[in-house]
Ligand binder design. Structure first.
Ligand code: C5P
Length: 309
């Protein structure tokens, strides 16, 4: 039976969290953004967005137990609603949609949770209304919304340049095991970049390249990858939040190959040698009093449709 030609009543899209395996940051540009040379990886922590045509626009939220719903920006400030307004204006349509958002990606955590919601919203709108937007247009709209949003569409492992919005997929045959420790208290991305400017007033215009990391990725060897992980925002983030430095040391003592601040933080991520290794690090960190410790593998897909029955 062929039923697929009618417009769907609602559309669900899943989008993943990102981490940065390499985050090279150059001196601030005239437009206030920093030039980046970064290697993103999408990991298995997800937000789901279900979009339904509705009589008014709004968000209905459901959150994982480690997320405080009060931390999520209200509808008027939420990047998912900005994405909805942008794609609706681009398509020249009127009308309203409701977003049911199930959040598992830590909020203000340096894992691009808001960017994932924005990417999922663009895809959901396109499918719900049969707009047929090209990948190119979706990526352009994504870049207007935020530096990390194009990567949320692409997923996998990818190099990001420009301010992070110019994304080029990378070959990554590995399955990498990560432990992620979110923080109860978020860290503002602009604050961390501003602190980078204060700490490194003579930063080079060109961000550091990830040369060794690219060959480590291709090797599939966790120990090699561990040695090449790099984040220029880690120093500023730890200077603002010294507890993150203590957490990273602790995770490494508990057996992680390497601990790192994720993006601008405060989530910290730990590369482990295997799933068993990740379980051991989780047990160690829980024993040290960290009650929210998550395991995720990468790379995983970018924003994609969920066919619900
Ligand atoms: O692009 P996005 O909206 O995610 O950026 C949030 C803020 O992070 C920017 O307003 C800027 O302060 C900082 N940022 C930056 N350089 C980048 C990306 C973000 O300074 N490449």
């Amino acid at each position: 039976m062929v039923t697929a030609l009618r417009s769907p009543v609602s559309v669900s899209v899943r989008a993943a969290a990102k981490i940065n395996l390499h985050l090279g940051v150059g001196a601030v540009r005239a437009d206030g953004f920093h030039p980046l040379d970064t290697v993103y990886q999408a990991i298995g922590l997800y937000d789901d967005v279900t979009m339904t045509a509705h009589h008014h626009t709004g968000i209905v939220l459901e959150t994982a137990d480690y997320i405080d719903p009060a931390d999520i920006p209200s509808a008027s400030e939420n990047i998912a609603i900005r994405a909805l307004d942008l794609v609706r204006a681009h398509s020249g349509r009127d009308g309203h949609e409701r977003l049911d958002l199930i959040k598992s990606i830590p909020v203000a955590g340096g894992m691009a949770g808001g960017s994932a919601d924005a990417a999922a919203t663009l895809l959901a709108y396109d499918r719900l209304h049969g707009c047929g937007l090209s990948d190119e247009v979706l990526l352009e709209l994504a870049a207007e919304l935020g530096s990390d949003v194009p990567f949320s569409l692409v997923g996998g492992t990818a190099r990001g340049r420009g301010r992070g919005e110019l994304v080029q997929p990378l070959d990554d045959q590995g399955t990498w095991w990560w432990v992620a420790v979110p923080s109860r208290l978020g860290l503002s991305t602009p604050d961390v970049y501003r602190h980078f400017d204060r700490l490194f007033p003579h930063a080079l215009a060109e961000p550091a390249e990830p040369a060794d990391l690219l060959s480590a990725l291709a090797s599939g060897e966790p120990l090699r990858l561990a040695r090449t992980l790099h984040n220029d925002l880690q120093g500023p983030a730890i200077d603002l939040r010294p507890d993150l430095g203590i957490l990273i040391e602790r995770g490494e003592r508990e057996g992680a190959l390497r601990g790192l601040v994720s993006g601008s933080g405060p989530t910290c991520i730990f590369l482990c040698d295997s799933l068993d290794g990740a379980h051991a690090v989780v047990a160690g960190l829980r024993g040290a009093g960290h009650d929210v410790v998550l395991i995720a593998n990468g790379p995983v897909a970018g924003a994609h449709f969920l066919e619900l029955p």
